[in-house]
Design a protein around this ligand. Structure first.
Ligand SMILES: [Mg+2]
Length: 403
C-alpha cells in the first residue's frame, strides 16, 4: 500500500507546490515572490514523506523485536505481514506436533511377573540394539529405576525383534511375527495390544522361557503445548491440516486427540509441497510448520514457512519464521503479532497521510483568502517532524502487545 501511494505521491506534491507558486505569483499580495516562494517551500516541507517511509519498516522492526522476546524469530519481514492473511495451517507430525523422540508409555504384565521385572528384562535385551525404539525402552527403564541386568547370546532378527539369555532365562522381545516364530499365540493379548495401537503407540510382546509374559508400548509423545495451540489456532480462524509420512493409524490417533481438521497420512516429502501448491491454486493462503530436512521444500513453497528451532538447520533456512524451542504456541503468537503489526502499519499510514492531507492545503495558502492564515515554513517543518514522531511512537506500542 505504501509503495502504491508513494508512486503518485511525489508527482502530486510537486504539482501542488508549482500550482501554489503560480497562483500566488498571479493573485498574491506584494511582495509576490516572497509569498509565492514561502507557500511553495512550505508545501514541499510539510509533505516530506519520511513518515510514509517509516510507517511499514518501523512497525515490522519493532514487531520482530517483540517476537524474539516471545520465542518467535522472524527472518523474513514480509512473512510476518503474510502471516496475518493466512487461512490454512499445514503441520508435520513427528517433531512438530510430537516430541520426535519415542518414549516408553506402557508396560503390561500378562503372566506371573512384576512390571518392574519385565522392564528390567526388556531393557537388558534392548541395550544391545540400535533401534530407536530400543533406546526409548532403555531410557524408560532407567527412569523407572528398574534393576540393571546383562543379556548373553544376544541376537536381533531384522523386522521382528531381539532375543537373549538373562540370568538363565530365555527372553524374547518383538512383534507378533516374532512370537509366532516361537510357536506362541498372541491372540489372548491382541485386544490389549490393539487398544494401545489405536492410541498411536507401537506395541511389542515379551516372552520369558517360552511363555507370553507381557506387552511393552512405545510412542512419540505429543508436545505439551500442542493441544492448547491447536485450540487457539482454531479460535483465530485457521484450518489445521496434518501432513505426515507416518501410517494412517498413528496419524489418525494423534489427529483425533488434537482435534485436527484434516489428515493426510503416508505422504512423501514432495507430496507435502504438492499439497501446498494445490491449495494455493485454490486461493488459500498457507502457512506450513515443520522441523525436518524433508519439510524444507514445503516450507519454502508455503506463503509462510514456520520451522521448529529444535529441528534441522535446512528447515530453518527455508522458513521465514522460526519457533524457539519448537513450542507450537509460537504459531499462535506469530499470528497475533502479525495481526497487531498490520493494524499498527495501517494506523501509521493514517498518521503519515493525515498530516499531509491537512498540512498541504494550508501550506499552499488555501485558507489565506478566507482568514489570512498562512503556514510559515518553520511551522511546516514542525508539523512534518510531528508526523514522524507520531508514527514512531505508535510503532513502539508494538513492544508491549500481548502475545
Ligand atoms: Mg518432522
Amino acid at each position: 500500500m505504501a509503495d502504491r501511494v508513494s508512486a503518485v505521491f511525489v508527482l502530486t506534491v510537486v504539482g501542488v507546490a508549482i500550482l501554489a507558486f503560480a497562483l500566488w505569483m498571479i493573485f498574491g499580495p506584494e511582495p509576490v515572490l516572497v509569498f509565492a516562494m514561502a507557500a511553495a517551500v512550505s508545501v514541499l516541507i510539510v509533505a516530506c514523506p519520511c513518515a510514509l517511509g517509516l510507517a511499514t519498516p518501523i512497525s515490522i522492526t519493532t514487531a520482530a523485536g517483540r517476537g524474539a522476546q516471545a520465542g518467535v524469530l522472524i527472518k523474513d519481514a514480509e512473512a510476518l505481514e503474510r502471516m496475518a492473511g493466512v487461512d490454512t495451517l499445514i503441520v508435520d507430525k513427528t517433531g512438530t506436533l510430537t516430541m520426535g523422540k519415542p518414549k516408553l508409555t506402557d508396560m503390561v504384565a500378562l503372566a506371573d511377573i512384576t512390571e518392574a521385572e519385565l522392564l528390567s528384562l526388556a531393557a537388558a535385551l534392548e541395550r544391545g540394539s540400535e533401534h530407536p525404539l530400543a533406546e526409548a525402552i532403555v531410557e524408560g527403564a532407567e527412569a523407572a529405576g528398574a534393576a540393571r541386568q546383562e543379556a548373553a547370546e544376544f541376537a536381533a532378527v531384522t523386522g521382528k525383534g531381539v532375543r537373549g539369555q538373562i540370568g538363565g532365562r530365555a527372553v524374547v522381545l518383538g512383534n507378533a511375527a516374532m512370537m509366532k516364530d516361537l510357536g506362541l499365540d498372541t491372540g489372548v493379548a491382541e485386544d490389549r495390544a490393539d487398544t494401545l495401537r489405536t492410541e498411536g503407540k507401537t506395541a511389542m510382546f515379551i516372552a520369558v522361557d517360552g511363555a507370553l509374559a507381557g506387552i511393552v508400548a512405545v510412542a512419540d509423545p505429543i508436545k505439551e503445548s500442542t493441544a492448547q495451540a491447536i485450540k487457539e489456532l482454531h479460535a483465530l480462524g485457521l484450518r489445521v491440516i496434518m501432513a505426515t509420512g507416518d501410517n494412517d493409524r498413528t496419524a489418525q490417533a494423534v489427529a483425533g486427540k488434537l482435534g485436527i481438521d484434516e489428515v493426510r497420512a503416508g505422504v512423501l516429502p514432495e507430496a507435502k509441497k504438492y499439497l501446498i501448491d494445490q491449495l494455493r491454486r485454490e486461493g488459500h493462503k498457507i502457512a506450513m510448520a515443520g522441523d525436518g530436512v524433508n519439510d524444507a521444500p514445503a516450507l519454502a513453497a508455503a506463503d509462510v514457512g514456520i520451522a521448529m528451532g529444535t529441528g534441522a538447520d535446512v528447515a530453518m533456512e527455508s522458513a521465514g519464521i522460526t519457533l524457539l524451542g519448537g513450542d507450537l504456541m509460537g504459531i499462535v503468537r506469530a499470528r497475533k503479532l502479525a495481526r497487531a503489526t498490520l493494524r499498527n502499519i495501517k494506523q501509521n499510514l493514517f498518521f503519515a497521510f493525515a498530516y499531509n492531507a491537512l498540512g498541504v492545503p494550508i501550506a499552499a495558502g488555501l485558507l489565506y483568502p478566507l482568514s489570512g492564515l498562512l503556514l510559515s515554513p518553520m511551522i511546516a517543518a514542525a508539523a512534518m517532524s510531528l508526523s514522524s514522531v507520531s508514527v514512531i511512537t505508535n510503532a513502539l506500542r508494538l513492544r508491549r502487545v500481548e502475545l
